[in-house]
Design a protein around this ligand. Structure first.
Ligand code: BES
Ligand code: MN
Ligand code: ZN
Length: 500
């Protein structure tokens, strides 16, 4: 789908989308169309249940006196409520609606409305951004689709009186959308296509945007003592990788501390010897969702040339059962020197992150670390798909994350950490065990495990097991891979960690 910005006009074909406010109050362009069609717009509204509430739509086909095929009335609700998120969801809903009716070209006219907080070019850019985000589709393996099964919308023109301003406001948003799409692609790919080496290659492709990318192989990780990560990988025919990405858009001074994002990249989680049941196991292709988000985030930040120094680290392994796989009861030594008793080989994400977190703070001394991981089924039980779990040792970082999430519609819910939970991870045989042994507080005990590998650095852990994949369409997020976290962390960086 192509998006263009233009001056308001009257398209001669396709659909024109115009706004209607609450209580059937026509926007200026809707009122002008009503006049030119001899009152067809008002008659259509009167014949329907359409009231102009936000995200309602009403199509008026073959409007009399006009050459174009359809007027789509778009409910805007109350002007005061039209913020960034509201315009993005309008844009997303327009795309879904036009694709469902088979339209191929459309123009949205955004009038200047009294009482709207956003400036017209920002409003246009945000509507376009929402439209772009919703237009995503992972269809590369559908080779037999008929044209009528494919999305129809080819061109969306967003019209307002300052198209140049809208184009400028859209430019960084388009880069974020590229990051989101990159993540969605990586997460959607099956595990025979995306495995540690190929995921590392995808990360390496960011070099063309100026990201410095290093890929550590098994030998290098062995040398560093990453026994926890390597233990997970040892059952797979696919060798593990640790990818370190650096975007240096910020201060060049020597002591400048970067900020760091880390992701769990289990490209397939069979459970290992503690094997998962067959039903639903296919979902575990997206157990690299955290890594996918970190890679897409780096792409977004580099794409818009963010003025910040960021490190992105992803630990990439495949968790498989085999003759070389680690066994329940094995004791491994992590890079931190702490020994870990692996009682359940399916609690593998924490083992991967343990070494990645340690490596990150040891090498980079970051200002903070945020990790993302599809870590526990228990977080889905607790929060479903509406919020991701937020765990942190730092109230300021936690508050900033929660605020950024609320602003972009990727909501977080803070969960507790406490000594009593930490003690549940004590092992009789080693320094720590990788499961508590019961089902109680499963997401918290997982976070406590991670915290044992964090040394006095502000740190937050996002458990995204419930939000990485969606079974239903949302305004700006089609069902499937959501890329939950890219927009949130991009916003965190933009709000708090960029210079000037
Ligand atoms: N990758 C899973 C968690 C998961 C489950 C993500 C469902 C997305 C959807 C993780 O590695 C795992 O298997 N966790 C176990 C931990 C348990 C063995 C303590 C779980 O949640 O059951
Ligand atoms: Mn697992
Ligand atoms: Zn897993």
């Amino acid at each position: 789908m192509r998006i263009v910005f233009a001056e308001p006009g009257r398209p001669k074909s396709g659909t024109i989308v115009v706004g209607v406010l609450d209580e059937r109050k026509l926007s200026p362009t809707a009122a002008a169309l009503d006049k030119d069609t001899g009152g067809a717009i008002k008659r259509a509204i009167a014949a329907s249940r359409f009231t102009g509430r936000k995200d309602e739509v009403l199509g008026v086909l073959a409007p009399p006196g006009l050459a174009l095929g359809r007027v789509l009335l778009l409910g805007l609700g109350k002007t005061q409520a039209l913020d960034e998120a509201a315009l993005q969801s309008l844009g997303g809903n327009i795309v879904a609606q036009l694709n469902s009716v088979g339209e191929s070209e459309a123009a949205v006219v955004l009038d200047k409305l009294d009482g709207m907080a956003l400036k017209p070019p920002e409003a246009a850019a945000n509507l376009a951004y929402g439209a772009r985000l919703r237009s995503y589709r992972f269809d590369k393996y559908r080779t037999k689709e008929k044209p009528e099964q494919k999305p129809s919308l080819k061109t969306l023109a967003v019209m307002n009186r300052d198209p140049a301003g809208a184009r400028r406001a859209f430019a960084p948003l388009e880069k974020i959308a590229e990051g989101v799409f990159f993540t969605r692609d990586l997460v959607s790919e099956p595990a025979n296509i995306i495995y540690p080496e190929t995921l590392a290659a995808a990360a390496r492709s960011l070099a063309k945007l100026g990201v410095e990318v290093e890929v550590l192989d098994e030998r290098q990780m062995k040398k560093l003592g990453m026994g926890a990560l390597l233990g997970v990988a040892q059952g797979s025919a696919r060798p593990p990788r640790l990818v370190v990405m650096q975007w240096k858009g910020g201060s060049k001074s020597k002591g400048a501390q970067p900020i760091a994002f880390l992701g769990k990249g289990v490209t397939f989680d069979s459970g290992g010897i503690s094997i998962k049941p067959a039903d639903g196991m296919w979902d575990m292709k997206w157990d690299m969702g955290g890594a996918g988000v970190v890679i897409g985030l780096m792409r977004a930040l580099a794409g818009r040339k963010a003025k910040v120094n960021v490190v992105g680290i992803v630990g990439l392994v495949e968790n498989m059962p085999s003759g070389t796989a680690q066994r329940p009861g094995d004791i491994v030594t992590s890079m931190s020197g702490q020994t870990v008793e692996v009682l359940n080989t399916d609690a593998e994400g924490r083992l991967v992150l343990a070494d990645a977190l340690w490596y990150c703070q040891d090498r980079f001394k970051p200002k903070f670390m945020v990790d993302l991981a599809t870590l526990t089924g228990a977080i889905i039980i607790a929060l479903g798909g509406e919020h991701a779990g937020l765990f942190s040792n730092n109230d300021e970082l936690a508050a900033r994350l929660a605020e950024a999430g609320a602003a972009v519609g990727e909501k977080l819910w803070r969960m507790p950490l406490a000594d009593a939970y930490d003690r549940m991870m004590d092992s009789d045989a080693a320094d720590i065990k990788n499961i508590s042994g019961g089902r109680d507080a499963g997401s918290i005990t997982a976070a406590q495990f991670l915290q044992r590998f964090v040394n006095n650095v502000p740190w937050a852990h996002l458990d995204i097991a419930g939000t990485t994949w969606s079974k239903k369409d949302a305004a700006t997020v089609p069902k499937g891979a959501t890329a939950f976290g890219v927009r949130l962390l991009e916003r965190l960086v933009a709000e708090h960690y960029e210079q000037g």
